[in-house]
Write a protein that binds this ligand. Structure first.
Ligand SMILES: *Cc1c(COP(=O)(O)O)cnc(C)c1O
Length: 384
């Protein structure tokens, strides 16, 4: 189809002129934080494998053994024949970790949010979303058909103003936020949001993709706020847990409803047994020694302290540079010095806030962190 290819070519050319075209780069991971690209080895500060558990011998062995014993794929939706017995073990373990009654595992974190939100809200309802929340929360809310409203980032006063004007018009209300923000590394004020939600009868959904396994001994950002009530605790198995998949922890009633109605569970194939077994092995390691969860934050704090940035509160630290070009140039310069720190550009982050997103993991040595601090300090000096 000539019009189809012309459309794609035009789109790509327009993105190229704005430095917003993205390209895939085949990347192999090696031991520790080392990755290999184009035959070159780099110390990666761009992996979300915060505890390096995807590389752990026991996690790998669990995945390999499950694949050998049970097969490479799940063969069907969980509601047909894809509900492997390991999944109910995993759901019990996740619910326990999160202090919830029950859990529902999905094919990915993206599929969790795009399944959960439309199951719970629809036309006539309202979803209020933090301005910097993850793309899959927005996608889930759009799919639901509910009215979607953005509140200012980490600004409970703005949320309250919107609840006062919107809540009365809607049948049900949901408030959705990242627990740890994926591109900024800051943490939502879940205690204050929880109070507001209680007062206005709104359902709080917190996406803890970057908190689980890292904060509060692995229990995640919600556990930093013991008085917060978070009825919908979503997260991923794909980051600190070193595997693949997503989950929602909540009440038994909510989980039972998801298992019968969430379209991304009903109409998608179940998680491969290897991914389930790997996540279980990762949870075993965290439970056996919760101190392993402390390393990413400790490395991030070493970085922010040495660079004179505000103290890190998670494993993610943004170094905001502004234009997409400057972020790409900084990333390229770091790559020449042996570091992989991927530049993050719009639309992933707001216009004018392109950045280096630095992610810390248990695999980094302090010397790696300090070498990166020196390299970034030099870049910032040169740019100012
Ligand atoms: C990565 C991420 C997701 C998606 O999880 P996957 O398991 O990778 O699909 C959802 N929410 C946030 C905040 C994330 O960073």
């Amino acid at each position: 189809m000539r019009s189809l290819d012309a459309f794609a070519d035009d789109k790509l050319a327009a993105l190229d002129t704005k430095s917003l075209r993205r390209r895939l780069t085949p990347t192999r991971r090696h031991d520790g934080a080392v990755v290999e690209r184009d035959g070159k080895r780099l110390v990666s500060f761009s992996c979300n494998d915060y505890l390096n558990l995807s590389q752990h011998p026991l996690v790998r062995a669990a995945a390999a053994e499950a694949a050998l014993n049970y097969g490479a794929g799940a063969a069907a939706s969980r509601l047909v024949t894809g509900d492997h017995p390991l999944l109910s073990d995993l759901e019990k373990r996740l619910a326990r970790l999160k202090g919830a009654e029950a859990a529902c595992v999905f094919g990915s974190g993206y599929l969790a949010n795009t399944g959960v939100i439309p199951t719970l809200v629809g036309p006539g309802d309202v979803v209020l979303i933090d301005a910097l929340a993850h793309a899959c929360i927005w996608a889930g809310a759009q799919l639901s058909g509910a009215k979607v409203i953005k509140f200012a980032h980490n600004d409970p006063a703005d949320l309250e103003r919107l609840l006062l004007s919107e809540r009365g018009k809607a049948r049900h209300a949901m408030v959705a936020t990242d627990g740890v923000f994926s591109m900024d590394g800051d943490i939502a004020p879940l205690d204050v949001l929880s109070d507001l939600c209680e007062r206005h009868d709104a359902w709080l959904l917190s996406d803890d993709a970057h908190g689980v396994g890292v904060l509060a001994g692995g229990r995640g950002s919600g556990a930093l706020f013991p008085n917060a009530k978070i009825p919908l605790q979503m997260g991923t198995l794909s980051k600190a847990l070193g595997s693949y998949g997503g989950y929602l922890c909540g009440s038994q009633a909510v989980v039972d409803l998801l298992k019968t109605r969430a379209r991304t569970l009903v109409y998608a194939t179940g998680l491969p047994p290897a991914s389930v077994a790997a996540a279980l092995a990762a949870l075993d390691l965290i439970e056996a020694d919760p101190t392993i969860t402390k390393a990413p934050l400790a490395k991030a704090r070493l970085f922010t302290q040495r660079l004179g940035l505000p103290e890190a509160c998670s494993s993610i630290v943004p170094v905001v540079l502004g234009s997409a070009e400057s972020a790409l140039a900084a990333s390229a310069s770091l790559q020449d010095q042996g570091f992989l720190v991927v530049a993050i550009r719009p639309p992933t982050v707001p216009e004018g806030t392109a950045r280096l997103r630095v992610a810390f993991s248990a695999a980094h040595d302090d010397t790696d962190v300090i070498r990166l601090v020196d390299a970034i300090a030099e870049l910032r000096g040169a740019g100012s």
